[in-house]
Design a protein around this ligand. Sequence first.
Ligand code: BGP
Length: 468
Amino acid sequence: MSTKTLAIPPSFILGAAASAWQTEGWTDKREGQDSWPDLWYKNDRHVWHEGYGPAVATHFYQRFREDVQLMKQAGLTHYRTSINWSRFLTDYENGVVDERYAAYYDELFDEMARHDIEPMICLEHYELPGYLLETYGGWASKKVVELYLLYVEKVFERFHQKVTRWFTFNEPIVVQTRVYLDALRWPYEQNTHTWMQWNHHKNLATAKVVKLFREKGYAGTVGCILNPEVTYPRSRAPHDVLAAERYDLFYNRVFLDPMVKGHYPPELFSLLEKHGVKWDYSDEELAIIRDNTVDELGINLYYPHRVKAPSRAWHPETPFHPAYYYEPFDLLGRKMNKSRGWEILPEIIYDMAMRIKNDYGNIPWFVAESGMGIENEGQFRNGEGIIEDDYRIDFIAQHLYQTLRARADGANCHGYMLWAFTDNVSPMNAFKNRYGLVEIDLQHNRDRRAKKSLSWFRKLSDERQLTL
Ligand code: BGP
């Protein structure tokens, strides 16, 4: 068998990601500080797994020093997480900072600096305060854009000297799509108007944060972490090809275009208009979006979306149809991660890289999440108690290879981040699928145990070369 070796450029990020809500749990959480996924869990039992819900996370809040040591041990150059909006403020209307919570971040950033690990911080990773959802209908309201800016202003004031890489959102499309577009999550209210209003307000909020950051003259950059889906039509039949284009418009371009090009795709506007989907936007807001595009993008990539039209008789002017892709992928006989139900196709990274290069020019970007969640990993434990996750090592190696290949072919891609650093709680299914380089033992006091992949990653980072 022939081996391939690729050099990893010196400044290329080799990092891992997580989020505040998914690691901190409910330790020290005050009454009324619920965020959006807490509400999902409170209202919907089916996201719980084996009795675990949102209260139980990794205890990162108390154990971050131990985790920073482990980050060093793994050879991470960067660590991405978020600040939990619902916990950073005790009064969302007046921007009153929770000093205890803010002090924890001060200590975390100091600890990371001591270990030479750079923080990359999301200002929202599904952490919309429940209060703002209940009081204003969440991102449907312009008031929430205003209150988000107030929150961000407080975060920047507090941490601008310790953090220089900021991101307005992680996957801004996900929550409203699961609730209002395909209506798969509580409160299951299909409403395309509300869906588009949320999208617009998150695009507007991003532009306003970019503007604020530049006006204040802070050092650093503001980007956004998006999850554009790599779409392939299921067949060459024209209705499937068109369905894939529609999917791309509704899932990808609705954020990519305004954030990078400064305007919405005209096709999206006219399709929505034809179907009477109106949302509240002004010329002034569109001008703010036009003038304040992001500095960089993080791109989360997990699996390909093989899109099909719901039926041959499907009307091509239909703006959206939830049946575009909800079909078992394994019927296609492809390589699958059966735990998560996702197809494994490392080439999605290369294909997305070329798409960005061709359609979005020279915007700097990095793979912000790539990873493999597996259920019951305990079955892979060796005699010494270490999980031998060779499947994960192979997954990372193949995906990193495609990233480096794309870079060699001209993609302006400057890093690869793994989801996730430690196992953590998912907004979708609690602790079911484990993603970490580090195991969190829920039966034993959430003890940390490095998996085999951690030492592999360390070697990769030390040698700065990938061997396949
Ligand atoms: C991404 C999210 C992460 C994480 C990951 C794994 O979409 O940004 O927060 O949860 O998916 O997915 P899941 O938890 O659904 O298995």
